[in-house]
Design a protein around this ligand. Structure first.
Ligand SMILES: Cc1cc2nc3c(=O)[nH]c(=O)nc-3n(C[C@H](O)[C@H](O)[C@H](O)COP(=O)(O)OP(=O)(O)OC[C@H]3O[C@@H](n4cnc5c(N)ncnc54)[C@H](O)[C@@H]3O)c2cc1C
Length: 415
């Protein structure tokens, strides 16, 4: 049995869903097949376009993009188009219900789960941010910690926020109705609290406890534990709390990241997209150098057929790339990969430093078609973090590459 789609996207993370939404909006019949959760669940609620070039922090990402090497994905989508694509990406997120602050012209600074600042392009509404790397917008802040909460390394955060010139007072709060996850010592986690809280009486009790513990004049920082499915709980909590309330990213899995993934998926389905969750594309049919169909683990007897195919399977963590005894491979199409064969060149000592494996990725032609044995496959595009030529960790370009390549490829398919 065959199912004809205009486009079949393999991988339902940020890049796959963005491409799917852009295509489905134009009425095209699109399917996404996705094995499991994506790295969005780890995202602390901010998106980066370009944060660092040759070791120097970037303030104006669009200007800095022009200086990137030809193999960088931004050069492939056209450095001159990045500004327009960035505006389009912000609008697509807003259409989905994901409201952000920030612009591509000038970075602001997000606060990481360890309390240090990093350049960012967009931050989810309600997240604590700064307009400068070396200081916070507040001289004093009250940091609220839920008793028993384990996704918040409070001492690191206090130390690092203090280094940024902010006098931090920590207050432990205890909300009886939110303690359901405490039955197991390992369950007092951000996502469990968000799930327990909902938007009813428990959220109101949290707001009341915050109001009783703070004066109403001080800036209040709370770990991001509200709004797993949409940002209504975030808005409601900020309305109910008398003091200015900002959320801080927690250790993953992250509530804001999970919310983004959920909202993108819902919007894609609302536009008529087909989302095949929990299934893995594991076989490819090729004809005359083009992709003719895909088979999946759950339906091995059916072939999913489309005019266009988009590979958005993420990098090593999501198994878009796989380390084997023979080297780093792209397991589905066996596309050409930019990675050394010698295992000892994949990583080196130094946990926090630049690791070679962060650069590994799939090679493409100038218009992001996948390349196999040196030849481009003309009905297969590659998007997102699986692409070679960039480095989310050292360049701070992860989500920007996902969003901009997804939109550029959607435009090419539409045209
Ligand atoms: C720990 C961590 C924290 C991060 N924090 C930030 C941050 O704060 N800010 C920021 O800007 N960026 C951040 N990033 C980077 C950003 O989250 C990623 O760039 C982005 O989410 C990658 O999206 P993607 O769609 O390319 O791939 P992924 O999110 O990896 O999605 C790929 C999907 O494809 C599926 N898949 C794989 N193989 C198959 C197959 N054969 N068949 C079907 N499905 C398949 C996977 O299950 C997965 O769901 C972070 C990344 C990590 C790892």
């Amino acid at each position: 049995m065959t199912t004809p789609f205009n486009t079949l996207i393999i991988g339902g993370g940020l890049s796959g869903l963005t491409c799917g939404i852009a295509l489905a909006k134009t009425g095209r019949k699109v399917a996404i097949v996705s094995s499991s959760t994506s790295s969005l669940q780890l995202n602390g609620g901010a998106m980066e376009l370009l944060g660092c070039v040759e070791g120097k922090e970037v303030t104006h990402p669009l200007e800095a993009i022009a200086s990137l090497p030809a193999e960088h994905p931004y050069q492939k989508v056209g450095a001159e188009h990045c500004g327009t694509l960035a505006i389009e990406a912000k609008q697509l997120l807003a259409d989905t219900g994901i409201y952000t602050t920030g612009s591509a012209e000038q970075n602001h600074w997000r606060i990481t789960p360890l309390g240090v600042t990093k350049p960012a392009w967009l931050s989810l509404r309600g997240m604590a941010t700064s307009d400068a790397p070396e200081r916070l917008p507040w001289k004093r802040a009250t940091l609220l910690n839920l008793r028993g909460f384990i996704d918040f390394p409070i001492q690191f955060i206090v130390h690092n926020l203090s280094q940024l010139g902010c006098e931090v007072t920590v207050r432990d709060i205890f909300v009886e109705s939110l303690c359901q996850p405490r039955r197991n010592a390992s369950e007092m986690r951000a996502a469990n609290l968000a799930r327990t809280m909902g938007t009813g009486s428990k959220l109101r009790q949290l707001a009341e406890t915050i109001n009783q513990s703070t004066t109403g004049n001080e800036v209040v920082l709370l770990p991001a534990i509200a709004g797993l499915e949409d940002d209504y709980p975030v808005t409601l909590l900020r309305r109910l709390v008398k003091a200015p309330l900002h959320f801080l990213a927690t250790m993953p899995p992250s509530v804001p990241g999970t919310r983004m993934a959920t909202m993108l998926r819902h919007y894609f389905k609302m536009l008529g997209g087909t989302y095949l969750a929990g299934d893995t594309a594991n076989q490819v049919e090729m004809a005359d150098g083009r992709v003719a169909g895909i088979r999946t683990a759950k339906s091995p007897a059916s072939t999913l057929v489309a005019e266009h195919y988009v590979l958005a399977t993420g990098s090593l963590m999501s198994q878009g790339l796989v380390a084997t005894v023979d080297g780093i491979v792209e397991p589905l199409f066996q596309l050409d990969v930019d990675a050394p064969a010698e295992r000892e060149q994949w990583s080196h000592y130094g946990l926090m430093g630049d690791q070679p494996f962060m650069h590994f990725g799939v090679l493409t032609d100038a218009t992001l078609h996948g390349v196999k044995d040196g030849k481009a496959i003309d009905n297969l595009h590659v998007i997102g973090s699986i692409l070679a030529g960039h480095n989310p960790l050292t360049m701070g370009d992860g989500t920007g590459v996902d969003l901009l390549t997804a939109l550029a490829v959607a435009h090419e398919i539409i045209e």
